[in-house]
Design a protein around this ligand. Structure first.
Ligand code: DC
Length: 221
C-alpha cells in the first residue's frame, strides 16, 4: 500500500523544507500543493484576469484553458503550467499577495484537489499545504501541522526572498504572512486548520534539523 505523509501549517512555517528532506531520506515523492495555487494565480495575473474586485466567473471560466503536467526532478514533482516550468515566477510578492483570494474559490479547490490526488496515484508521497490532512488525504498515514510565531516565520521567509530580491522589505513579508494566514483560516471552503489526528509542532524554538529529527522519529515510530 502506498504511503502518504501530510504536512500542513501556516505560511512559511517550514513545511516545504521539511517535506523535501523527509521525501529524500524515505525515498518518497515530494508534492507541493501550494505551488499549484501559486501557478494558477500567476496564470491569472499574467493574462490580466486578476482585477479588483475579483471576477470569479471569469476565473472559473478560464480554468478550462489551464493544463497541469508534472516533471520529476530528484524526489520532487515539479509543476508545468501549459507546458511551462513556472517555478521561477510563482514565489514573488505579487503572486503571494493574490494567492489566498484564488485559493478561497471553491471551484479552484475542487479543480486542484482532483489533480493533487491524481498526481499522487501509486506513489509514496509527502505533500504539504493547508488542507492535506483534513480534505485531500484524510486517511494519510501521518499528519503533521507546523506552526511558529509570525515574526519568526516572516524572518525566515524574508531571508529566503532577499537572495533573489535585494529590495524586499521585512515589513511587507510580515504583513503578507499575517494577511494570508487570516484569509486561509477564515475561508469557508477547507480552511486551514489542523486535522483532529494531526501532530502539532511549534517550530519557533527549534532549528531546521531539530524539527526534521523530531518528524522523522515520529514517522519511523
Ligand atoms: O504553501 P504556500 O505558502 O506556497 O501556499 C500559497 C497559498 O496557497 C496559501 O497562502 C494558501 C494556498 N494553499 C491552499 O489554500 N491550500 C493548499 N493545500 C496549499 C496552498
Amino acid at each position: 500500500m502506498k504511503k502518504i505523509i501530510a504536512i500542513d501549517g501556516h505560511a512559511a512555517s517550514g513545511k516545504s523544507t521539511q517535506a523535501k528532506r523527509i521525501a529524500k531520506v524515505l525515498d518518497y515523492t515530494y508534492i507541493d500543493s501550494g505551488s499549484m495555487y501559486r501557478a494558477l494565480t500567476y496564470y491569472f495575473i499574467k493574462n490580466n484576469m486578476l482585477v479588483d474586485p475579483i471576477n470569479i466567473k471569469l476565473i472559473i471560466e478560464n480554468l478550462k484553458n489551464v493544463v497541469f503536467d508534472f516533471k520529476t526532478t530528484g524526489n520532487s514533482q515539479v509543476i508545468l503550467l501549459n507546458g511551462e516550468d513556472v517555478e521561477p515566477y510563482i514565489r514573488n510578492m505579487d503572486v503571494s499577495e493574490h494567492v489566498s483570494k484564488i485559493a478561497a474559490i471553491p471551484e479552484i479547490r475542487t479543480f486542484l484537489i482532483k489533480i493533487q490526488r491524481e498526481v499522487s496515484e501509486n506513489l509514496n508521497i509527502v505533500m504539504d499545504g493547508r488542507d492535506i490532512g483534513t480534505v485531500v488525504f484524510p486517511h494519510a498515514n501521518k499528519k503533521f501541522f507546523l506552526k511558529a510565531s509570525d515574526s519568526i516565520r516572516a524572518r525566515r521567509r524574508y531571508e529566503e526572498l532577499k537572495k533573489v530580491d535585494k529590495d524586499i522589505k521585512f515589513s511587507k513579508v510580515l504583513e503578507n504572512i499575517i494577511s494570508r494566514d487570516f484569509e486561509d483560516t477564515s475561508r469557508s471552503t477547507s480552511p486551514l486548520k489542523p486535522a483532529n489526528d494531526a501532530i502539532i509542532i511549534d517550530t519557533s524554538k527549534y532549528n531546521e534539523t531539530q524539527v526534521f529529527n523530531k518528524l522523522i522519529s515520529i514517522i519511523k515510530g
